[in-house]
Design a protein around this ligand. Structure first.
Ligand code: FAD
Ligand code: UDP
Length: 375
């Protein structure tokens, strides 16, 4: 009998497993993919780590989380500075003085940029923003909305900016300085040697069984009664057999190409912001770890194009769709979960939240503390 049966070996499951093992508890991790790590898993080709489930940049303002992950792996000094490509015109992101001066050649100073944005905002005549389009135009004006937001967002979410909630766009910083750092957080980087090092260090000495889907009835039955507590990090609605209806997700499709070039696009992340190009991002993986000179300098590179896609149950679930219907349905599943004896639900899929990696580490550590106290 195990103390904890952990379903899912992503960051939540791996941190939880590590911490409980360190406290002398017995743990077993089940993972349905053929590998551990969840979405942070990297696949190596020609010595280059490919972010298999999309670009992952660790960034945080939680000092405790930063110190925690640094105990397991050393981080490099990568700073995410994506470039937007709109019909061949290149702009720095996030929206900052580099972007404004390129978009509006008559703009030179922060005051001039501010005045330009204010004039566009006024011309649009928007009161309290009621959707993403109105929010974006009030924040940054119509020119940037049309060139850098509308196409990208509509591709990403598969619906009009008028039907999307305003908060999605609030994630993006707007700056009146020449600063291309995409994140406002205090700490940022990529594990040197790749994310698998972090997962492997967390799961060292932990019993893991891959290729096992806990939601298969036969598997569920086989593990019944084998642990005091189950920690479930998969899709919450799937745990309950979708009995209240299915939660929706946004899917992704990745297309990876190896190229006989040293440096293809000069940056790790290039966003394609027009509607007509079907992918949202092109990732050139070697730029995440430029300090790995051997991998970086060879005349081979890997580029992955990221295509947003409609999602069907059974496919990988990437982004929760945070609209009113799904939030209400999630609330009902969360109620079922609260009544489920001996099961902890945690992580991005089980909590149906747009969590970043640092949020997941933090919530797993908090969850451990809570259960250590009561057990
Ligand atoms: P997951 O990583 O999804 O792990 C859950 C695991 O459970 C998976 O391995 C899954 O196979 C397994 N599982 C599910 N159901 C079952 C079952 N029934 N039986 C057995 N196993 C099961 N965050 C950042 O901080 N920075 C970024 O740059 C960033 N970029 C992202 C880009 C994309 C495209 C996406 C989708 C997410 C991004 N994130 C980013 C978020 C980040 O991926 C997550 O916060 C984090 O990895 C979630 O960890 P988790 O353990 O909650 O879930
Ligand atoms: N976004 C955009 N243009 C860009 C980048 C982002 O319009 O070039 C919008 C888009 O709506 C996206 C949101 O900003 O969903 C949040 O972007 P972020 O890069 O934080 O998304 P994630 O990394 O989670 O996919």
């Amino acid at each position: 009998m195990y103390d904890y049966l952990i379903v899912g070996s992503g960051l939540f499951g791996a941190v939880f497993a590590h911490e409980m093992r360190a406290r002398g508890k017995s743990v077993l991790v089940l993972e349905r993919r053929p590998h551990t790590g969840g979405n942070i898993y990297c696949e190596e080709r020609d010595g280059i780590r490919l972010h298999k489930y999309g670009a992952h940049i660790f960034h945080t303002s939680y000092q405790d989380v930063w110190e925690y992950v640094n105990k397991f792996v050393e981080f490099n000094n990568y700073v995410n500075s994506p470039v937007a490509n709109f019909r061949g015109e290149l702009y720095n992101l996030p929206f900052n003085m580099n972007t404004f001066t390129k978009l509006w050649p008559d703009v030179r100073t922060p005051a001039e940029a501010e005045a330009k944005i204010a004039a566009e905002r006024e011309a649009a005549g928007i009161g309290e923003p009621e959707n993403l389009e109105e929010q974006a135009i009030s924040l940054i004006g119509r020119t940037i909305f049309e060139k850098l937001i509308r196409g990208y967002t509509e591709k990403q979410w598969g619906r009009s900016c008028k039907e999307l909630p305003a908060f999605i766009i609030k994630r993006l910083p707007v700056r009146l300085t020449f600063d291309n750092n995409y994140f406002n957080d205090r700490w940022q980087g990529i594990p040197m040697g790749g994310y698998n090092k972090l997962t492997e260090a967390l799961l060292e000495g932990v019993e893991v069984r891959t290729g096992v889907d806990y939601n298969e009835p036969a598997v569920r039955a086989a593990y019944q009664g084998q642990a005091q507590t189950v920690v479930y990090t998969g899709l919450i609605d799937e745990y309950f057999g979708g009995r209240l209806g299915r939660l929706e997700y946004r899917g992704l499709r990745f297309e990876t190409e190896g190229l006989p070039e040293q440096n293809h696009q000069g940056v790790a992340v290039m966003n394609y912001t027009e509607r007509e190009v079907p992918y949202t991002r092109s990732i050139e993986h070697k730029h995440f770890e430029p300090e790995d000179r051997k991998a970086f300098e060879q005349a081979v590179t890997y580029v992955t194009r990221e295509y947003p896609a409609d999602w069907q149950p059974g496919q990988e679930a990437y982004y929760p769709v945070n609209d009113a219907r799904n939030q209400e349905l999630y609330r009902q599943y969360a109620q079922l979960a609260a009544n489920e004896q001996g099961v902890i639900f945690g992580g991005r899929l089980a909590e149906y939240r747009y969590y970043d990696m640092d949020d997941v580490v933090k919530s797993a550590l908090e969850c451990v503390e809570k259960f250590v106290q009561i057990s």
